[in-house]
Ligand binder design. Structure first.
Ligand code: FES
Length: 149
């Protein structure tokens, strides 16, 4: 039985194409990581700040008002801070019908669509039609930054 052997030239050109593709993918990943608005120097891995999930730097804790919060639309996260200083974070997706919450005031995270309000400490619904809490996002404060944990 005779099998066709690949020529040396075809093996080499296939290897070159593989290396070029890998380099292009690496550069694209680096570029997309650099486009994020995370603070410089907050790299979570070799490619820069994590795009999502554990290690993602959200914002400096000093930018979250005590007894209030900050909505990070690009990250899909609302970060809140108790008067005592304890920081929490939740998904910005309202559990009623999926609108995006748009404010934090008077101790609640508020949805503009049908008026649901959620406790800024627990995410539990305290007013309006939503029956389920906002999805918690685990966070820690590390070196003055709120970071997904
Ligand atoms: S979608 Fe938020 S209150 Fe209806």
């Amino acid at each position: 039985m005779v099998t066709a052997q690949p020529s040396r030239r075809s093996v080499l050109s296939g290897s070159v194409a593989t290396v070029v593709g890998a380099v292009a993918g690496f550069l694209a990943a680096r570029r997309s990581g650099a486009a994020k608005s995370h603070p410089a120097g907050a790299a979570a891995n070799a490619y820069g700040a994590a795009a999502s999930g554990p290690g993602r730097v959200l914002l400096p804790v000093g930018e979250v008002p005590a007894g209030g919060g900050r909505i990070l639309d690009a990250d899909g996260v609302v970060v809140t801070r108790e008067v005592s200083g304890t920081v929490h974070a939740f998904s910005t997706t309202c559990t009623h019908q999926g609108c995006t919450v748009n404010s934090v005031s008077a101790g609640t995270i508020n949805c503009p669509c049908h008026g649901s309000r959620f406790d800024l400490r627990t995410g539990a619904p305290v007013g309006g039609p939503a029956a389920r809490p906002l999805t918690a996002v685990p966070v820690v404060v590390r070196a003055g930054q709120v970071v997904e944990g």
